[in-house]
Design a protein around this ligand. Structure first.
Ligand SMILES: Cc1cc2nc3c(=O)[nH]c(=O)nc-3n(C[C@H](O)[C@H](O)[C@H](O)COP(=O)(O)OP(=O)(O)OC[C@H]3O[C@@H](n4cnc5c(N)ncnc54)[C@H](O)[C@@H]3O)c2cc1C
Length: 474
């Protein structure tokens, strides 16, 4: 008879800890990740040939967290069936999970499925955002961490929350010139009221705060102007990004006339927060709720990570932005619950095994709750999306086209998608669905978009080359 099996999707901090915990508790564990090495977004690893190199003072706390995470994972990694370079592209049920690598595909089964797929970046589109040389702040980090590549010499940043600051400081340390970091509001200003009300949150977040301070010091030493209460108006250039135009905003996101400033740059990096990768959980039938600060459409889950679908669990940032430290603790908690379900149909069976992680997670969650308002966008920010601006870059759909569809009564997100094709391209709506929802108003954000099989691009050859399926059913 086969052992009780836990399948974990995503080998970031949450997935690594969920897999290690389930293996420790006696389950057969399959850990699937499209990346070639574990670590997820925050601890993305380069290929071994590029590993090593000096770690700066500002980067040391992250390196230390990474070391602790990998040490803990290493204790159980020998008994985990890790499948790198492999995507989960559809979940038809726990007995029919479609995975694919470059050359083959397979249906596998799970007694418990943990979705630990993290999140992706959100960008508010402005004229010129599709020019070559415009990227997301996290993409710059990914190239630097995963390939030791600095994608740009003169890089201007704009957006919301702390990521543009951190990424800008990392690019400075990598040798780039940063002419400006333009933020919608100071990420620290919404933080203080929450932290002063709740000293426990302040204490829990002291490490993250001091790390943020170190990155800010890097920017200050390099003389980088950090302009808060500013919006990006446009990117322009002759066939590629050459300058970023910003202006002060009125507190609601509307530019104040006469305050425009231009910054020459060969690369412009945006980040306006994050969207949870909840599509696999939604495809499996999990209920969702909308939370604009913590990642949009989030699977409804209990404190064990259990969703409305029996046996389906969500761990880490896929359940809402809470940072890498919380994600690792959450993974350990959810891994124990998934093991309890897989072995005994009782998610609470091993709760005591994860008590320390549960307590630590609570501390990180308290701090992150205080930080969450820094990702709230001003209410009129989408007024910057001009009629000619492309909103869905995969299908080339402009704001004017979307406005026409809304005027024709297609104000629900799925109706807008069907009517305009926005969100139906190869990125699966990753870059446009939040904008589409915001333009559509309350109905847009209230309605979770349907998640269709093929959420990650798969080669036809891989689909045709099906390795012996483990599934039951048709
Ligand atoms: C672009 C970006 C930049 C960030 N930068 C910082 C930073 O500088 N500092 C900081 O403190 N925090 C940063 N964060 C937040 C931090 O990365 C997260 O809080 C943390 O990594 C969450 O861990 P996780 O395990 O939940 O998800 P992740 O670390 O995101 O891991 C998710 C994993 O799931 C995999 N995956 C997703 N979908 C599939 C699929 N369908 N099939 C197979 N595998 C899949 C991905 O390859 C990834 O490895 C960043 C987040 C993002 C998205």
């Amino acid at each position: 008879m086969s052992r009780a099996r836990v399948v974990v999707v995503g080998a970031g901090p949450a997935g690594m800890m969920a897999a290690a915990q389930a293996a420790r508790l006696g389950c057969e564990v399959v850990l699937v990740d499209e990346a070639l090495r574990p670590g997820g977004q925050i601890h993305r690893q380069p290929p071994p040939s590029l590993a090593g190199g000096a770690v700066s003072a500002a980067a040391r706390p992250e390196a230390e967290r990474k070391r602790r995470l990998f040490d803990r994972f290493a204790r159980y990694s020998g008994s985990i069936d890790h499948r790198p370079g492999t995507s989960v592209t559809a979940v038809y049920g726990l007995d029919r999970i479609l995975i694919a690598d470059e050359t083959s595909s397979q249906l596998i089964r799970a007694d418990a499925l943990v979705v630990a797929t993290g999140l992706h970046e959100r960008v508010v589109p402005v004229p010129g955002w599709t020019l070559p040389g415009v990227v997301t702040a996290g993409a710059l980090q990914a190239l630097l961490k995963g390939g030791r590549v600095r994608a740009g010499d003169r890089i201007a940043f704009a957006g919301a929350g702390p990521l543009p600051l951190v990424a800008a400081a990392q690019m400075v340390e990598a040798g780039a010139t940063v002419p400006v970091v333009a933020l919608l509001r100071p990420p620290w200003s919404p933080l203080w009221p929450g932290l002063l009300r709740d000293p426990a949150a302040l204490w829990a977040g002291r490490g993250v705060l001091s790390e943020g301070w170190r990155w800010l010091s890097v920017l200050r030493r390099a003389g980088v102007p950090v302009l808060t209460r500013h919006v990006a108006l446009s990117v322009s250039g002759d066939g590629a990004a050459e300058r970023l135009v910003i202006a002060r905003h009125d507190g609601h996101g509307r530019p104040v006339p006469g305050t425009e400033q231009r910054f020459a740059a060969d690369t412009v990096a945006f980040n306006h927060g994050f969207t949870a990768n909840s599509d696999l959980a939604r495809m499996a039938g999990a209920e969702t709720r909308f939370d604009p600060r913590r990642g949009g459409w989030l699977p409804v889950r209990d404190s064990d990570g259990a969703t409305s679908v029996p046996g389906l669990f969500v761990a880490g940032d896929a359940g809402g932005l809470a940072g890498g430290l919380a994600a690792a603790c959450d993974g350990a908690v959810v891994g124990a619950a998934a093991a309890g379900w897989a072995l005994h149909r009782d998610a609470g069976r091993f709760a005591a095994q994860a008590a320390t992680d549960r307590a630590e997670r609570a501390r990180h969650w308290t701090f992150q709750a205080a930080l969450a308002p820094s990702w709230e966008l001003p209410p009129d920010i989408h007024a910057l999306v001009t009629p000619a601006t492309v909103v869905c870059r995969c299908e080339g759909v402009t704001r004017a086209r979307i406005d026409r569809a809304i005027a024709d009564g297609h104000d629900g997100l799925n109706g807008l998608k069907r009517n305009t094709r926005a969100g139906m391209g190869s990125c699966g709506g990753r870059s446009c669905l939040r904008t589409l929802a915001a333009l559509a108003g309350p109905r847009g954000e209230g309605e979770a978009v349907n998640a269709r099989p093929g959420i990650r691009p798969v080669a036809l050859a891989a689909l045709a080359n099906r390795v012996s399926d483990e599934s039951v059913g048709s």
